[in-house]
Design a protein around this ligand. Structure first.
Ligand code: NAD
Length: 318
């Protein structure tokens, strides 16, 4: 993608900062974020590039949004990304992810911005009976308010696309891992092991397995697919195969040079990490592959790389 004016929502976050880093090479980028999940540590270095402007603000604030101007494309990544917190505060998912997406769509309608790439999630499928799960699977029965809010976001994007002729690409992400991550299983295990290097608490019964994708492949495939498609569509992003949660624990302990770490499984809720956690998630990536995209690494390799990147980032901070 070149010479475009692009708005990135959630630019200060994990995927947003990686996306911004790539796009500022050849495009004019405005990154917005209300800094509710993370501070400005990842966007500060990007602001040195004259192609990047950061504005602190909320996607649910029409006055802030109205002031941003017009864009060729919005990459909508802002969200409450804490899936775990849903059962104690489901309204947060509604306000940030469902209503917030409406805020972005209204901004687009009023500013004549006609293209959007949206970060949806594999959680819209709920506990799919078909694995790997294709985009055509249904009915959707999400088991978390996060999944429900992403499903609402997809629905409104489809409706606005029909009403106003937007080109919209919606991406159902598997678990994305890599540099600048501030949440998720790898981050959690490293923090726990830094506190106690003898034992590791693993949420759930240890049988969870999910597909992981490296953030460089996530960012690359979004841009590739958005340019390739000419009309509104939905594409799964992930890797073939899954990585068991114990394989991730092994990768982290190995990288931290720890031996004989005792794994303690919490048992969780019905063996899940938390209420609303999908135990086995594997997306079909046939559609992604048929469009011509090939990931640079598989699920296990993405996890191993993300473990070393996260460890390097955490140690450079101390
Ligand atoms: N990381 C994953 O594995 C994964 C998987 C599926 C979907 N997603 C989706 O990808 C997107 C990016 O996820 P991430 O992992 O980078 O999460 P993240 O929490 O690091 O980034 C989200 C950013 O949105 C910002 N934000 C939250 N509410 C806002 C608001 N009202 N206005 C403006 N900014 C706001 C946060 O401060 C944060 O910086 C999210 O939409 C998330 O739901 C991520």
């Amino acid at each position: 993608m070149k010479n475009k004016k692009i708005l990135i929502t959630g630019a200060a976050g994990f995927i947003g900062s990686n996306m911004s880093e790539v796009l500022i090479q050849d495009n004019e980028v405005v990154g917005i974020d209300n800094l509710s999940n993370v501070d400005d540590r990842f966007v500060k270095p990007l602001s040195k590039n004259r192609n990047f402007v950061f504005r602190k603000g909320d996607i649910n604030d029409p006055a802030f949004m109205k002031d941003l101007g017009t864009f060729d494309l919005v990459i909508h990544l802002a969200a409450n990304s804490d899936v775990k917190g849903g059962s104690s505060d489901p309204l947060l998912d509604f306000r940030v992810n469902a209503q917030g997406t409406m805020g972005v769509l209204e901004f687009m309608r009023l500013s004549d911005t006609a293209q959007i790439a949206f970060a949806s999630s594999s959680t819209v499928y709920g506990e799919a009976a078909q694995l790997p799960t294709p985009e055509t699977y249904g009915p959707y029965l999400p088991i978390s308010s996060y999944g429900a809010s992403k499903m609402a976001g997809e629905g409104f994007i489809a409706a606005y696309s029909h009403y106003y002729g937007f080109k919209s690409t919606m991406f159902r992400f598997a678990n994305i891992v890599g540099k600048n991550s501030t949440h998720g299983v790898i981050f959690d295990f490293i923090h726990k092991l830094k506190k106690d290097s003898k034992s590791l608490e693993i949420l759930g019964d240890g049988t969870q397995r999910k597909s992981y994708m490296h953030v460089t492949d996530c960012v690359g495939s979004i841009l590739f697919v958005h340019e390739k498609l000419s009309k509104t569509d939905i594409v799964n992003l992930g890797n073939a195969g899954t990585t068991p949660v114990t394989r991730i624990a092994d990768s982290v302990t190995r990288a931290m040079h720890l031996e004989n770490v005792k794994y303690r499984f919490t048992g969780g809720f019905e063996g899940r990490g938390w209420k609303g956690d999908v135990k086995v998630a594997e997306l079909s990536i046939s559609k992604l592959s048929s469009l011509g995209w090939k990931n640079s690494m598989g699920s296990d390799a993405a996890v191993d790389k993300a473990v070393s990147e996260t460890l390097a980032q955490l140690s450079s901070k101390t």
